[in-house]
Ligand binder design. Structure first.
Ligand code: CTP
Ligand code: MG
Length: 516
């Protein structure tokens, strides 16, 4: 069998996507733990910001406009990359120029502009004969037509081993390069809108966009902060008056958020469906971006969540099995109905990720967070909302005693066995000490917040849901032991008839596909 979709090719022994390619042969193919080549979280984001500063998203009539757009842009400034994509019936090209100054020249006439934004459109020009150029519109990714669940299941069904299935699931559903770039441009748009009034404002991305566990289509979490210089200029005697001293009361924050919501709704191109959720522990503004298809959440006071994302990023780089395992567990949880897109009494993807990381700590594949705190150097000191977030940030040259002898496939079964037997009634999970500890209150599930240690990340989860997690983990372990196939987990639950029925219809189709 040989399946090609988009730029993804899967045959019985080869699979490639987005430049990643591997021979899938039942052997562990994931890279070794190469911390020597580690890119620091801040550097990764800074690089993404820089690229976003020389990028524009151009709406075009159709795919056929790519070459004309390329030639037009190229006549003004060198084009480094173009990515074509669609959101529903609209066509867009992400254009990356070689430098930001030249890019500014071409994008707009600043004297005729109400709001500055990286989203523009390509007006039909005077007809002239175009010399065909060797345009490199690559990779031609179509967001609205990324692999469907059905296609991914099909690929997994013809894979030769559980390991291959996990690899396929990970490679075909992780956040793509284009997805990351578009999210960085959305962040830049918010900064551009506000920078006239607030020259030092920065929109920091956090959550699954940057923590290495993001799926294609994940939301964009942003926290807005002033990026004041750390240097004190005591010699300067003329100091600007300011109504803002850096610390706002909850009431002030809510008013600022309301104002931000209005600005976004009234002035910012592409922003639709603005919702203000101001009563939550962390007040947020939500909106959708119609030119990128991305859902955005903005907060003003959530820097510790950004450091949390950095912590997850570090864990992802300390154990290359972590991402594959998290993707498999999240997919399983979704199919058997343990997670739900709307918030409620069920477990979230973030909490599930912490369950996986704790299990990996328990297997001695990951260090405790206390260990990462102990390794912190002088440049690692960070505080957010008075919480100490000072852990080691540069993994290069760090030596940790970790045992990576088990395969990712063995870990999958290990995860289910670990949690089907877990005493959620009496015990809590602490990634800080990497130990099971006694519960600190009567919440049905207790995971100590790795940074704000007074909080329980899974406070929302009900007793009934905890029981379901254990039952589903038991079903999954049983299914895996019987068949050693990941796709079989997707029908493990007797309760989730829906998914079972869906699974059966998929299997019929998959069989048809490969018998012809
Ligand atoms: N977060 C946290 N404590 C919580 C919930 C969230 O610190 N109780 C932080 C985490 O850093 C998390 C981020 O807020 O990654 C964003 O939360 P959310 O959007 O719910 O989760 P994501 O990790 O982004 O996953 P998803 O793809 O489901 O959005
Ligand atoms: Mg998120």
């Amino acid at each position: 069998a040989n399946i090609t979709f988009d730029n993804v090719i899967y045959s019985s022994n080869n699979f490639s996507k987005n430049g990643y390619s591997t021979n899938i042969s039942g052997k562990e193919t994931i890279p070794d733990n190469k911390t020597a080549q580690f890119i620091k979280f801040d550097d990764m984001i800074e690089e993404g910001r820089k690229v976003a500063q020389r990028s524009y998203v151009v709406q075009v009539n159709s795919e056929n406009s790519c070459i004309e757009l390329h030639d037009y842009c190229q006549s003004i400034c060198t084009v480094e990359n173009m990515f074509y994509y669609r959101v529903k019936d609209d066509h867009f090209v992400l254009v990356e120029f070689s430098n930001s100054e030249a890019a500014h020249k071409l994008s707009f006439d600043p004297n005729n502009l109400a709001v500055v934004s990286p989203f523009i459109w390509f007006r039909t020009g005077k007809k002239k004969k175009l010399v065909p150029s060797s345009v490199n519109v690559s990779p031609l990714i179509n967001i609205s037509q990324g692999p469907t669940e059905l296609e991914i299941i099909e690929w997994m069904t013809v894979a030769q081993s559980l390991l291959d299935e996990m690899e396929i699931l990970y490679q075909s559903t992780k956040l793509s390069q284009l997805g990351f770039k578009l999210r960085m441009i959305c962040a830049r748009q918010v900064e551009m809108m506000l920078s006239g009034l607030f020259p030092n404002i920065r929109a920091f991305p956090f959550g699954s966009t940057v923590n290495s566990f993001g799926k294609e289509g994940c939301d964009l979490d942003l926290v807005l902060r002033y990026n004041f210089s750390q240097e004190n200029s005591d010699d300067l005697r003329l100091v600007h008056h300011s109504k803002i001293n850096g610390i706002s009361s909850r009431g002030q924050t809510q008013r600022q958020m309301e104002l931000l919501g209005d600005l976004l709704q009234i002035y910012v191109p592409g922003v639709i469906g603005v919702k203000r959720i101001l009563g939550a522990r962390v007040p947020i503004i939500k909106y959708s971006h119609e030119f990128t298809g991305v859902d955005v959440d903005i907060s003003l006071t959530n820097m510790s969540a950004m450091y949390m994302s950095e912590l997850l990023y570090i864990f992802a780089h300390l154990d290359p099995a972590a991402q594959r395992l998290v993707f498999s567990i999240k997919a399983w949880a979704k199919v058997v109905g343990l997670t739900n897109p709307s918030p409620g009494r069920w477990i979230t993807n973030f909490s599930l990720t912490l369950l996986v990381l704790f299990y990996l700590q328990n297997e001695r594949r990951l260090p405790s967070i206390d260990d990462l705190f102990k390794l912190a150097g002088p440049n690692d000191t960070r505080y957010a909302e008075e919480i100490n977030c000072s852990f080691i940030r540069d993994l290069r040259n760090v030596r940790l005693e970790l045992d990576h002898s088990k395969t990712t496939a063995e870990l999958l079964l290990g995860f289910f066995n670990f949690y089907q037997n877990f005493d959620f009634n009496n015990k809590a999970i602490s990634l800080c000490s990497a130990k099971i500890i006694n519960k600190l209150d009567y919440s049905p599930m207790y995971i100590v917040n790795p940074l704000d240690r007074n909080l329980n990340v899974t406070k929302n989860v009900s007793l009934e849901e905890v029981e379901r997690i254990r039952v589903e983990a038991r079903n999954a372990a049983w299914a895996l032991e019987t068949s050693s196939r990941l796709v079989d987990l997707f029908r493990s639950s007797p309760e989730s008839l829906m998914s079972k029925r869906k699974y059966i219809s998929r299997m019929v189709m998959v069989k048809d596909l490969f018998q012809t």
